[in-house]
Design a protein around this ligand. Structure first.
Ligand code: TRP
Ligand code: SF4
Length: 416
C-alpha cells in the first residue's frame, strides 16, 4: 500500500519521523512559538506535527474567524485514548474557534458493522464527554445530516477509484459504502465552511487519520472554481470549470483586467489580495471557495501494559465508565520504567520516558508542569519508587474520573 498508513487497521506501529519526512507533515514546534499561552499538549510535545497550522495560529493571535472540527467513530465506549483529541478540540474552541464534531456513524456502520442503534448510543457518550470537557459548538450524526450528505456527494464527484486505491489500498472487493464513508469524512472536514463560509479549519487527529486529511486537502482544492497564479507581470485567475456567470463576475471585480477564454489577467496587483477577492466572488456566485483545511497530529500514548493502546487490548487502557476496581487493577498493574529490584532503583533511578505510568501523568493527569517535573526528577533520582508512584497516579485517575462523571451527568441534557 502506497501510503503506509491505513486508518482502519488496528495493528501498526508508525515511525513518526519517517512519516513526517515522507508525507510532508511539518513539526509543529516552530509554528506555535508565537502562541501566548501554549496548552500542555504543545508544551509537552504531545502534539508533534501539522499541516498548514500557521493560519490557525494567526487567527488565534488576531482574534479572526477559524473552525476546529473532528469526528469520532462510535464503534465502542469512549476511553482514555480519545481524551487527547477531545482536549484539543475544546482548547481550540476556548481560543475562539467555531467547534464542530461529527459522530461518524456512517463509517461505524459501513466499516465496523455496528447497528444504527449502537451508533446512536455510543455517539451520545462521546458527545457527553466532549460537553463535560467544556465543548461548545455544533455536533451531528453523519446519517442525520442531509446537507452533509449532499456535500459528500458533491465531493465524491472529485474522488476517483485510483485515488482511493493509492491512498487507502482499496481493491475490487472494497464495499461501495466504505468508499462512501470516506467521501462523508471529506464532507465532515469541509462542513464548517459550508455552514459559515470560507475560514481556516483545523482538524486535530492522530497520525492514522492523515490519509483522510491528505485526500480532503486535495478535494477541497479540486472543488474550487478558480486558481490564482502569480505570473510576475500579471496575476492570472484561471477557471477550473467555473460557470460563465462566475467568470463574468471575476472580470467585473477587477477593473482594468483582461479577460480571455479560460482566464482573467489582473495587472499590477498583489497575489494574496486577488486570491481573497476571487474566493469572495466564487462564494457570492454560488461556489464553495474552500480554504484548504489544516491539521495537527498528536502522538499516541503507549498502552498501560506497554505496546499499542487499543480497545481490543482491554488492559491497555480504561474506559471512562469503568468501575473503580477495574481502573485500579489496570493502573496498579501497569508496566513501569522501574528496575528489577528496589535496591537497583534507589541506586540507578527509574526510566520515566518510556514508562506508561509517567506518560499517563504527562498526557492527562498532571496539568501542572512543576508537579510533573517533580515526579520526573524524583523518579530519575531513585527517591520515588514505582509502587508509590502508581498509587499516587491511581488517586489522580480516580479523582479525574469522578469529576468527569459528575460533569457528564450535568451536561447530559445537552446531547440531543
Ligand atoms: N475516521 C475517524 C475515526 O476513525 C472519524 C472521523 C469521521 C473524523 N469524520 C471525521 C475524524 C472528520 C476527523 C475529521 O476515528
Ligand atoms: Fe514510572 Fe513512576 Fe516508576 Fe518512574 S517511579 S518508572 S514514573 S512508575
Amino acid at each position: 500500500m502506497e501510503s503506509g498508513i491505513n486508518p482502519w487497521s488496528g495493528s501498526q506501529s508508525v515511525d513518526i519521523d519517517r512519516l513526517f519526512a515522507e508525507f510532508g507533515i511539518a513539526p509543529v514546534e516552530d509554528e506555535v512559538a508565537t502562541l501566548k499561552n501554549q496548552p500542555s499538549f504543545f508544551r509537552r510535545k504531545i502534539v508533534l506535527g501539522h499541516r498548514d497550522y500557521g493560519p490557525i495560529v494567526d487567527a488565534i493571535n488576531s482574534g479572526s474567524r477559524f473552525n476546529v472540527m473532528t469526528g469520532f467513530m462510535p464503534s465502542g465506549h469512549p476511553h482514555l485514548g480519545h481524551l487527547m483529541v477531545m482536549r484539543e478540540v475544546v482548547w481550540h474552541v476556548e481560543q475562539g474557534g467555531s467547534g464542530y464534531v461529527a459522530i461518524a456513524d456512517r463509517e461505524a456502520h459501513a466499516v465496523r458493522g455496528l447497528s444504527w442503534d449502537d451508533c446512536k448510543r455510543y455517539g451520545r457518550e462521546y458527545l457527553e464527554c466532549l460537553y463535560a470537557l467544556g465543548f461548545e459548538g455544533t455536533t451531528y450524526y453523519q446519517s442525520e445530516n442531509e446537507q452533509l450528505k449532499d456535500l459528500a456527494f458533491e465531493a465524491a464527484i472529485k474522488i476517483n477509484f485510483s485515488d482511493l486505491q493509492a491512498i487507502y489500498g482499496f481493491s475490487q472487493e472494497t464495499a461501495l459504502a466504505h468508499a462512501d464513508s470516506v467521501a462523508t469524512q471529506v464532507a465532515d472536514i469541509l462542513y464548517p465552511q459550508l455552514m459559515e463560509g470560507p475560514a481556516p479549519t483545523v482538524v486535530p487527529v492522530g497520525i492514522d487519520q492523515d490519509p483522510h486529511i491528505r485526500l480532503t486537502r486535495d478535494i477541497a482544492h479540486k472543488m474550487r472554481w478558480f486558481t490564482v497564479l502569480d505570473q510576475d507581470a500579471v496575476i492570472s485567475v484561471r477557471s477550473k470549470n467555473a460557470p460563465v456567470h462566475a467568470m463574468d463576475a471575476i472580470a467585473a471585480a477587477f477593473p482594468g483586467s483582461k479577460r480571455y477564454e479560460g482566464h482573467v489577467d489582473v495587472p499590477g496587483a498583489d497575489c494574496l489580495s486577488v486570491s481573497e477577492k476571487v474566493r469572495a466572488v466564487e462564494v457570492a456566485e454560488g461556489g464553495y471557495g474552500f480554504i484548504t483545511p489544516s491539521s495537527t497530529y498528536h502522538s499516541f500514548m503507549q498502552g498501560l501494559q506497554g505496546g499499542k493502546m487499543s480497545s481490543s487490548v482491554p488492559d491497555s487502557l480504561f474506559w471512562f465508565d469503568e468501575s473503580g476496581a477495574d481502573v485500579k487493577r489496570k493502573v496498579m498493574g501497569a508496566l513501569t520504567g522501574g528496575r528489577m529490584t528496589k535496591e537497583e532503583q534507589i541506586r540507578l533511578g527509574g526510566e520515566p520516558d518510556g514508562c506508561p505510568v509517567y506518560l499517563l501523568n504527562l498526557f492527562h493527569m498532571v496539568p501542572d508542569d512543576e508537579e510533573l517535573l517533580e515526579i520526573r526528577t524524583q523518579c530519575l533520582s531513585g527517591s520515588l519508587l514505582c509502587g508509590a508512584c502508581k498509587k499516587a497516579t491511581f488517586e489522580r485517575v480516580k479523582a479525574f474520573l469522578s469529576d468527569f462523571r459528575e460533569k457528564r451527568d450535568a451536561v447530559s441534557h445537552m446531547v440531543v
